[in-house]
Design a protein around this ligand. Structure first.
Ligand code: NI
Ligand code: MN
Length: 226
């Protein structure tokens, strides 16, 4: 499965020939200035919550590509009012079978509102199950006991976890989260974008290694096979 990192919490995976884009925040991200947002293709855009650093480019990419949005009910409704009606609303604990695999919307401990201050529902993460690979994207979240359920529920091939601290889990909690979800292959996101979330890369990788886990920190624009 091809995995491309677009900076901050934005990444794309190709599943069963479909392009899934997560939390697009590219054009306002100075660190991602080499990425041309107008060239990103998407069949689906999955949105974890309503904060600006997860939705900045949703509208332009959705309107250009016609990608279907997948998120919670409130976020899909908000985009519906903006004229993006190709959306699939979900809520926590619910699953739906798409043409690439199954999506389950799961808990995240965080906040969620739109840049205009309106209510964006409760924040979440996604478990994607497919014939190719099964993975978990945590969204912005604290370490939570609910993650133990994910480890018992699915055999994950890899997980995408926030590690930048301050607004989400930091390294120490993310290592524990990896234990809870019973996953050894972790892609780190939500770090270095702003001053509050700068991390020491070497220490982060070593802390995961000490916990028996592999932490992957990708260059922005890098594609790897997972
Ligand atoms: Ni957030
Ligand atoms: Mn965020």
């Amino acid at each position: 499965m091809q995995f491309t990192f677009y900076g901050h919490a934005c990444f794309a995976v190709e599943v069963e020939g479909k392009k899934l884009l997560f939390d697009p925040f590219i054009s306002p991200n100075e660190k991602a200035s080499a990425i041309n947002v107008d060239e990103i293709e998407a069949d689906y855009i999955l949105i974890s919550h309503g904060h600006e650093d997860h939705i900045a480019d949703v509208e332009s990419i959705a309107k250009r590509t016609g990608a279907k949005l997948i998120s919670n009910f409130e976020i899909i409704s908000w985009y519906g009012k903006k004229g993006i009606e190709n959306g699939h609303p979900m809520n926590h604990g619910g699953s739906w079978e798409f043409d690439f695999g199954t999506v389950k919307y799961v808990n995240a401990v965080h906040t969620s509102s739109f840049p205009d201050g309106s209510y964006a529902g409760n924040p979440g993460g996604f478990i994607i199950t497919s014939k190719e690979k099964t993975f978990y994207y945590a969204g912005d979240t604290a370490l939570t006991m609910d993650m133990k359920l994910i480890g018992e529920y699915e055999k994950l091939d890899f997980a995408v976890l926030p590690i930048g601290d301050n607004f989400t889990m930091g390294i120490k909690d993310a290592v524990i989260a990896a234990d809870f979800i019973q996953c050894t292959k972790i892609v780190g996101i939500h770090y270095d974008t702003f001053g509050y979330i700068e991390i020491d890369h070497t220490k982060a990788v070593n802390d995961f290694k000490a916990g028996g886990k592999e932490l992957m920190l990708l260059e922005i624009g890098e594609t790897i096979e997972l």
